[in-house]
Design a protein around this ligand. Sequence first.
Ligand SMILES: Nc1nc2c(ncn2[C@@H]2O[C@H](COP(=O)(O)OP(=O)(O)OP(=O)(O)O)[C@@H](O)[C@H]2O)c(=O)[nH]1
Ligand SMILES: [Ca+2]
Length: 523
Amino acid sequence: MEGMMPPFHFLFFSKPSVYIDQNSSVKTFFSRNGILILGFIFILSLIALIAVGLAQNKKLPDNFKYGIVFDAGSSHTSMYIYKWSAEKMNDTGLVYETASCEVKGPGISSYASNLQDIPVYLSKCMGKAKDLIPKYKHQDTPLYLGATAGMRLLRMENEELAKMILSAVTSLFNSYPFNFQGARIISGFEEGAYGWITINYLLGKLEKHNWKNQFLRENETQDTYGALDLGGASTQITFVTSTQISKQFKKTTQFRLYGKNYTVYTYSYLCHGVDQALLRKLALNAKDASPGALMEPCFHPGYERTVLTSSLFSSVCTKIYKNWISSRNLTIQGTGNFQKCKESITELFQNNYCNASYCTFDMIYRPPTEGHFGAFSAYYYAMDFLNLTSDKVSSLDMVTHKMEEFCSTPWSVVNTAFPQVKEKYLSEYCFSGTYVLTLLQKYNLTEYWTQVEFMDKINNKTEAGWTLGYMLNLTNMIPAELPQSKPFSHPTYISLMVIFSLLLAIVFILGSVMFQKSSYFWK
Ligand SMILES: Nc1nc2c(ncn2[C@@H]2O[C@H](COP(=O)(O)OP(=O)(O)OP(=O)(O)O)[C@@H](O)[C@H]2O)c(=O)[nH]1
Ligand SMILES: [Ca+2]
């Protein structure tokens, strides 16, 4: 019987078999105990591996980070609180808006003559930030305030006053427990560029994963969206261009994001925001007004608004018209005529021209527009209210027809139909809708109506605007190079480790058994 295969239950540490030679009892003792020890080590290793795997994959308490940005615009100030997972901060699209707060009152530039009111103005939203962000995160939460066109205009008029407003904000924000990073006037160039970053980051256009969770390479990324922002005092247009632009124009910037280079054209037209445009239009037309009255095609028939003419000329954007009339009361009377309204708005743009290699109005060089555009702020407010967003209305003719109908509707009818809408907004939708169409036409974008998407909150969460891009940039949250992707996800890695360790252990035990068996065989 010597040399025969031992029964399989030998593997399970049965008594030494009867096949064993009496002389080899010492050897048998060692081999049996060796297998016992190996088996023990095997079970221990298995338990350890499973424990490591489970511990590693245990859901960790959420480690979120927060950032606060105040957008101090010309017409009003808003606060946005952003939130993201600390582990995934370099992925795209993962930072989102978790809360926002509308500061009650006008734009911050109107506080030039009452600086003492700035703490009251901002403290309600700051209180909200303190309540919403967990206390132990306050010190790590960056806080920024960026002021835009309203403050740019004030700085042109009185630099000292603009500085005093920012100092008042700085001393207030320094008294809060957040990591305050400064209050400043951002340039129109930054406003356009950060708006472009925001929408492309949120739309996932900067880098993409394919189905294997690998990053797509340079020429495989999706086309980016151009960004159109229409504020109260300025408007920005920003898009990636393939046109070779002479350096002298200084209107482009290079971004390297997630390993890809972008040549981005951006320009901010000061005084072309919707409030300043209306003021310029009224100031321009006031010279031809019969004493005390101004007929206005951009307001509904039956609408009346009385203004002091000096208020029309108080802005830097309208000062050039100042000498034409002395200050008096002026009653603006709506006539509700879309075509006339459009003609009068067209007068606000000078020298519109576009050929194959460049376009311009107001003598500003612009390469021809390319691709899709996301239009936000006042573009969205007007077109959304009028139900004229490009996904609802397919042709420019339809838009024109609807605008003609809306502008000619008597004010009493409009006012009764929308009692919940603020009078300022409601009375100006005919003007702002017409202004949006004219501006898009000046950009040569109305021919491609369906390529303009009017957007508000992207992914139903995060408002389109410059603030998110500003914070992403200042916190270095968008890497220049593509992050290296790992071949396996963490759970897959742990599972594979367990399986292969098990296999190794089994092979090892089987090997020792076989070795032992073969030693019987050669006896
Ligand atoms: N209909 C409507 N209009 C709004 C709303 N919020 C702001 N506006 C108006 O839309 C215009 C543009 O507003 P914003 O985009 O906030 O402008 P801003 O940031 O204050 O101005 P800039 O400094 O030029 O960027 C202004 O005339 C506002 O009064 C809104 O919710 N609905
Ligand atoms: Ca703005």
